[in-house]
Design a protein around this ligand. Sequence first.
Ligand SMILES: *Cc1c(COP(=O)(O)O)cnc(C)c1O
Length: 244
Amino acid sequence: MMVQAIPSIEQVKENLTKVKERVARAAERAGREPSEIVLIGATKSVDVERIRAAIEMGLSHIGENYAQEAWAKYQQIGDAVTWHFIGHLQTNKAKLVVRFCKFVQSLDRLALAEELNKRAGQLGRIIDCLIEVNIGGEETKSGVSPDEVEQLIRQVSQFPNIRVVGLMAMPPFLPDPEQVRPYFKRMKELFERLKNLDLPQVETRYLSMGMSHDFEVAIEEGANMVRIGTAIFGPRPFKGGEGK
Ligand SMILES: *Cc1c(COP(=O)(O)O)cnc(C)c1O
């Protein structure tokens, strides 16, 4: 097996600069301000030294997939950045995650919402949540189907310690990002439809979609949050279950 080297600190900084430029150009093509796009560094398996380097270069949002790993990094990095939980979240990890994550982007079921609400309530916090949508209808991926999103939002709107702030999607991985465009378009349509729901604790502002190989297409189609790992921090060692 070929093992690709982890990029140097200098490379991480250069990568981040390039990614920011590409985000800005994609925003401009879509007739939007670059500052409207929230760039999240997806840092699963990335060490604290490299995350710190990116923070020094102005990265202010971090997305993590595994609760324990994220917590260990939080203890070293603290509130210098905004923490997002972007991976599949087990109900029994909600208690830990609400301690330091402002956003949970992978809300995909009522039982998880109940637990997040309860645990956030115990800390007197409100957690900003995005509903994860399985836009490709893939068996291997988490997320609710597009027709179930509204119902879940209505149920979650009853919870005082959760605020629904948007939708998140991980479309199918297709080698040519142009092939992903139709999925992004469908997400945008859903987002526009749900934006007008007039519910308490619901303010659908963020459309989180686009990763290293397709974020420009996602922004062109209306994403205002992108989650980028490899293009900034280099390749990761493969981990089973990733993307769930
Ligand atoms: C890993 C991950 C990303 C970033 O993926 P890259 O292809 O490395 O940019 C984005 N979103 C989620 C949910 C992830 O797990």
